[in-house]
Design a protein around this ligand. Structure first.
Ligand SMILES: CC(C)(COP(=O)(O)OP(=O)(O)OC[C@H]1O[C@@H](n2cnc3c(N)ncnc32)[C@H](O)[C@@H]1OP(=O)(O)O)[C@@H](O)C(=O)NCCC(=O)NCCSC(=O)C[C@](C)(O)C(=O)O
Ligand SMILES: [Mg+2]
Length: 361
């Protein structure tokens, strides 16, 4: 464990200074594409402006035969495109794979200036982040990069979940963490066969009231991922980094997908993954606060003045803590509106005057 005094020192001579604060750039959707697929590569210029993050995936879902083609395809995409406000990320192969070393050497030296974040799969503990941290510093120095690359961990092993707080705080490069429900389910020996989402068998049932043991009792499906997402959110908030939901594999179930995304949004996640174009608008809708919620938040903030004391608005008590919640919503809205003129217009149109606020009543 490094001394706190050394935490922000570069890990290689000539590497850039680590960031002191993780930049909050909109990342409502991390859109996955397979860079070994030529058709997908040609779509990059049209997809990039529609997403906050475009991610060239090198790991699972890219067949072993295509690993080099995916790496080279991503280099080609990185060099050929100007991504504007859209971030370019990659998911490298896992640290125990035969491909990861070449992934890192090639990507950092060839397109390190275009990449924002390196997503590391199957992170087991802080030691995995330390390894990547030092290697990235060496490669940044070799490539002459002036901006440090950030690191994002996927929470997809039981060990990773048990060590999530250490992972979140392992390096100043740590940008965020995503849930990896498919590998995590396998690692935990859960009995599901899906990529994210719920399961009809995971439920609670109302008590029997008499002879109705076998029928007439309502059941409620539960969220398999609640514990993990909540724990991930706390670990990220504790270390000033950003939590994300992950993939929702039932592409056709756009309603279930929206519900799962919204649960994550309400619990504190800033974004999710999109695996197919149909999920992009769902993520955008869910991870942009609703216009009426933004109007309400702005109204509470205006009525609360310096943020202390208590006021009544529409029969609801507001105080320092609701003020802080409203600041989270309003500040997120401002960040998103700065990038998205349509959202900015919707938020401005919904702004409600605070004149109805009844201070002290
Ligand atoms: C599922 C697949 C095969 C269906 O692909 P398809 O071509 O069969 O689907 P489609 O509905 O027929 O596609 C319609 C159009 O959309 C295009 N398209 C389709 N997808 C995309 C895309 N992502 N980006 C851009 N374009 C896309 C596709 O090329 C087609 O274009 P066309 O109309 O011109 O012919 C495809 O969507 C895909 O490959 N998606 C990405 C899959 C992926 O990255 N999986 C890994 C992440 S999840 C994971 O790893 C788990 C985790 C975290 O590790 C863990 O929980 O453990
Ligand atoms: Mg996985």
């Amino acid at each position: 464990m490094r001394s706190p005094k050394d935490f922000f020192a570069p890990l290689a001579l000539g590497a850039p200074e680590p960031v002191r604060e993780i930049p909050f750039r909109p990342s409502r959707m991390i859109h996955f594409f397979d860079p070994s697929n030529e058709k997908m590569r040609t779509k990059v210029p049209s997809i990039a402006p529609k997403v906050d993050v475009l991610l060239g995936n090198l790991e699972d879902a890219v067949s072993a035969d295509n690993k080099e083609a995916a790496r080279n395809g991503l280099v080609e995409v990185g060099k050929a495109n100007d991504f504007g406000q859209t971030q370019l990320w990659t998911r490298i192969n896992s640290l125990d794979s035969p491909w990861v070393l070449d992934d890192l050497i090639t990507l950092v030296t060839e397109i390190g200036d275009k990449l924002d974040v390196i997503m590391v799969p199957k992170v087991e503990g802080a030691q995995d982040i330390h390894y990547v941290d030092r290697l990235l510093a060496q490669l940044e120095a070799r490539a002459g990069l002036t901006k440090p690359l950030l690191v994002h961990a996927i929470l997809e092993t039981a060990s990773g979940v048990a060590n999530v707080e250490d992972i979140a705080g392992a390096s100043p490069r740590m940008q965020g963490i995503s849930l990896g429900p498919a590998d995590l389910a396998a690692s935990r020996r859960m009995k599901t066969t899906r990529v994210g989402g719920g399961h009809p068998g995971y439920l609670v049932r109302t008590d029997p009231t008499g002879d109705d043991v076998h029928e007439g009792r309502t059941t409620y499906q539960q969220d398999l991922w609640h514990y993990t997402v909540a724990r991930m959110v706390d670990a990220c908030a504790m270390h000033g980094i950003l939590p994300y939901y992950g993939p929702f594999g039932d592409i056709k179930d756009v309603v279930g997908c929206e519900d799962q995304f919204r649960n994550a949004f309400l619990l504190g996640c800033v974004g999710t993954w999109t695996l197919h174009p149909v999920q992009i608008d769902i993520a955008k809708k869910v991870f942009s606060p609703a216009a009426e919620d933004v109007a309400w938040a702005r109204r509470v903030i205006a009525a609360m003045g310096d943020g202390t004391g208590a006021v009544m608005i529409d029969g609801k008590m507001q105080d320092d803590a609701t003020y802080k919640q409203c600041k989270v919503v309003a500040e997120l809205a401002d960040e998103l509106a700065a990038r998205d003129p349509e959202l900015a217009a919707a938020y401005d149109a919904a702004t409600v005057s605070d004149s109805e606020a009844m201070t002290g009543e």
